[in-house]
Design a protein around this ligand. Structure first.
Ligand SMILES: Cc1cc2nc3c(=O)[nH]c(=O)nc-3n(C[C@H](O)[C@H](O)[C@H](O)COP(=O)(O)OP(=O)(O)OC[C@H]3O[C@@H](n4cnc5c(N)ncnc54)[C@H](O)[C@@H]3O)c2cc1C
Length: 374
């Protein structure tokens, strides 16, 4: 085999997971090449919200990972040399139906036990923080620890940081096969030629099963579509990132059997640029990234019930992204399958932006020290 490049580690995928891993490897001085078939942030990481949200994480391992990641994100916001538009203004879960109250109260108690600073606000208190909320809401949870970033800028910042520390980024280069000998990684074949490598990290998001297949590994990750609407520029209207209680129910309803439902749960944030991102659906529609009239309609209906003033604002565009869904809602991390040196880091579903710092750290630890940190 004739190789055109040689390295210790290859990372497949230039989304938030692949760029974070490459950044953390480069920081440790580990020779790394990231290979992306299109552009940086051209996949799900460029078609999503930017919530660094703790309240939507299940208490236990998931929330612990998110707590670590959030602390890292705060440090990264000053360490990275591009502005990732990190703002820690807190977040809310808004409750409109009194029937959702018992579930939310239970969640808050469990989260508090696991170290999350979260409290319950009645309707008046919630509207004091977010005056555009409808008086119909029965209340909201509030955590000062929730934050937001610009997901695309985060990918660009990780990639730039990695390059500044000696990492190499190859865009418009598609991985077409993985070279394995005696159950050990030898390298990859790309559209530009073969690259010799001891380690291959599969950070290909919803395409991770296709890449895993090249190494004879079956990965249970499927796409879960999310549609988002973007408004015109507005003067500051919302300070916090907000989801509704139905979002939590929809997120934790973990079965593709619900494929006919749009699974709408409100997620709303105002970007630094002033546009408002209003989402989103949770649908099993294969690799179809189209926006649908049904999806758009249910998002708008739902959003205007919580924020009636949105009725007067122009929607300027829509987009959709594919969440890499796993049946237990947890990412798949580590050396999966029989091939030595083949590492998986995919399946972050709706949490990849928030969990990207800790994922990059964990995979870099695994590659440097041979063990995933707990
Ligand atoms: C509507 C929506 C809203 C969301 N909101 C949030 C949020 O607020 N907060 C949050 O934390 N998360 C959110 N998420 C989830 C988050 O966006 C994802 O978990 C995350 O972007 C996944 O990142 P990734 O790097 O694994 O995948 P991707 O960003 O898809 O990156 C994978 C990359 O691999 C490349 N690739 C694939 N195959 C190959 C190949 N053969 N060769 C080379 N390259 C290849 C692709 O081109 C792609 O760029 C949201 C998702 C959606 C859809």
């Amino acid at each position: 085999m004739k190789y055109y490049k040689k390295t210790h580690a290859v990372v497949i995928g230039g989304g938030v997971i692949g760029t974070s891993i490459t950044y953390h490897l480069a920081q440790r001085g580990i020779d790394t090449i990231l290979v992306e078939k299109n552009d940086i942030a051209s996949g799900t990481s460029g078609a999503c919200d930017g919530f660094v949200f703790l309240q939507s994480k299940k208490p236990g391992y998931h929330l612990n990972m998110a707590l670590k990641s959030t602390r890292m994100m705060e440090m990264l916001s000053s360490e990275l040399t591009l502005d990732i538009e990190y703002r820690k203004n807190g977040g809310m879960i808004i409750v409109k139906s009194p029937e959702d109250m018992p579930d939310i109260e239970r969640l808050v108690k469990r989260q508090q036990k696991h170290g999350l600073d979260v409290q319950w606000l009645n309707s008046q208190e919630a509207r004091k923080l977010e005056p555009h909320l409808s008086p119909q809401v029965v209340g909201a949870t509030y955590s000062s620890m929730d934050a937001q970033v610009n997901s695309m800028m985060l990918c660009f910042a990780f990639a730039k940081g990695a390059e500044e520390m000696g990492g190499e980024i190859l865009t418009h280069t598609e991985v077409t096969d993985i070279i394995i000998e005696k159950n050990k990684i030898q390298g990859i074949i790309t559209s530009e030629g073969a690259i010799k490598s001891d380690i291959v990290v599969n950070a290909a998001g919803v395409y991770a099963p296709v890449v895993a297949n090249m190494a004879g590994v079956k990965l249970p990750i499927i796409p879960r579509r999310g549609q988002i609407l973007v408004t015109e520029y507005m003067p500051p209207m919302f300070s916090r990132v907000m989801i509704c209680s139905k979002y939590i129910v929809s997120k934790f309803k973990r079965s593709p059997l619900y494929k006919d439902e749009t699974g709408v749960g409100l997620a709303i944030e105002q970007t630094k640029a002033g546009t408002i991102l209003i989402g989103s659906t949770r649908e099993f529609a294969g690799y179809n990234k189209n926006n649908t009239p049904g999806g758009i309609q249910s998002i708008l209906k739902h959003a205007c019930e919580f924020f009636p003033t949105l009725k007067e604002i122009s929607i300027i565009r829509t987009f959709a992204g594919l969440r890499p869904y796993t049946s237990d809602g947890m990412p798949i991390l580590g050396e999966i399958g029989p091939v030595k040196g083949f590492i998986t880091a995919s399946g972050h579903e709706g949490d990849g932006i928030a969990l990207s710092p800790v994922t990059g750290f964990m995979i870099a630890e695994l590659i440097e020290k041979g063990k995933l940190p707990k």
